[in-house]
Design a protein around this ligand. Structure first.
Ligand code: CP
Ligand code: NVA
Length: 308
């Protein structure tokens, strides 16, 4: 039996473990491209709780688990009534007695923490208001595929210092990459968040905070943005759209980055707001590769967590 591990943030892995997860993901992807789907998780079952909408996360876990010889089931909030029909504690204890792993997309990070504290099988954060570690795994895989390593790659995050940005910073810290964060005042990380995200920083890691996106993208080889209004922030929409307007990634912003820069977005995108059609559909865009890497990266994580 493997020791029980929950992955609620990338920091729940040691640096060498994160490297192992990415290495397994690369192996599995190479196999997959050769038409091979080794059944490394034969007979294992994944439970998937989703309190928010999803395309990529749900499909990549479900398809990935099937390729690995296992099965998965979707448990939507309205069907299980987590915390309403039944307590978080009871759902966690019962579900974890029947499945081998649980992925959980929750409105509140604390719910996943509480759920994990009662689970007898690994719990993986599939996005909360605080972080999105599975996304960062795929992002780092995509950047490594593009540039071969993280040396000489500066990543510019343009927009909200949100859940996706938080996991990206953690990944950069642990893998020794350089990142600059361009967010408007009031939407920047706190010192406490920065301390937490960079706790496992490795040589090569650098972080800068620059308010002006035009300055931030200079010499960057990855330009990354996300929606200005995340799920759960809908009541702030009008205010946020006005504040983030200068942070749109458009052709003139991309022109200030390195000539070989790529564009990333975790998706879903709101075209015409945080990114223009001409950028997301350009030759520099890697958003589809990035999305499809969700499946390979998560297979790496599932195999690392569950393989006998
Ligand atoms: N990027 C991402 O997590 O997409 P979904 O919300 O569609 O799962
Ligand atoms: N920041 C976005 C990411 C969606 C994948 C959100 O939380 O809605």
């Amino acid at each position: 039996m493997k020791p029980l591990r929950h992955i609620l943030s990338l920091n729940d892995l040691e640096v060498s473990e994160l490297q192992d997860v990415l290495r397994i993901a690369e192996e599995i992807k190479a196999d997959y491209k050769r038409g091979l789907r080794p059944k490394r998780l034969d007979g294992k079952v994944l439970g998937m709780i989703f309190e928010k909408m999803s395309l990529r996360t749900r499909v990549s876990f479900e398809a990935g688990m099937t390729h690995l010889g296992g099965g998965s089931m979707l448990l939507e909030e309205q069907h299980i009534g987590l915390g309403k029909r039944e307590s978080v504690k009871d759902v966690s204890r019962v579900l974890s007695s029947m499945v081998d792993c649980i992925v959980f997309r929750a409105k509140h990070h604390e719910t996943v923490q509480e759920f994990a504290s009662y689970s007898t099988v690994p719990v993986v954060n599939a996005l909360t208001d605080v972080s999105h570690p599975c996304q960062a795994l795929a992002d780092m895989l995509t950047i490594k595929e593009e540039f071969g390593s993280f040396d000489d790659v500066k990543i510019a995050w343009v927009g909200d210092s949100n859940n996706v940005a938080a996991s990206l910073v953690e990944a950069c810290a642990m893998l020794g990459a350089k990142i600059v964060i361009a967010s408007p005042k009031g939407y920047q990380f706190t010192n406490e968040q920065i301390e937490q995200m960079t706790a496992k920083r490795q040589p090569g890691f650098e972080i800068e905070f620059i308010e002006d996106p035009r300055v931030a993208v200079e010499n960057a080889r990855v330009i990354y943005t996300d929606v200005w209004v995340s799920m759960g922030q809908e009541s702030e929409e009008q205010k946020r759209l006005a504040i983030f307007k200068p942070y749109q990634v458009n052709s003139s912003l991309m022109a200030l980055a390195c000539p070989d820069a790529i564009f990333l977005h975790c998706l879903p995108a709101r075209r015409g707001l945080e990114v223009t059609d001409e950028v997301i559909d350009s030759k520099q865009s890697r958003v589809v590769e990035e999305a499809s890497n969700r499946m390979h990266a998560q297979k790496g994580l599932l195999v690392w967590l569950l393989e006998d």
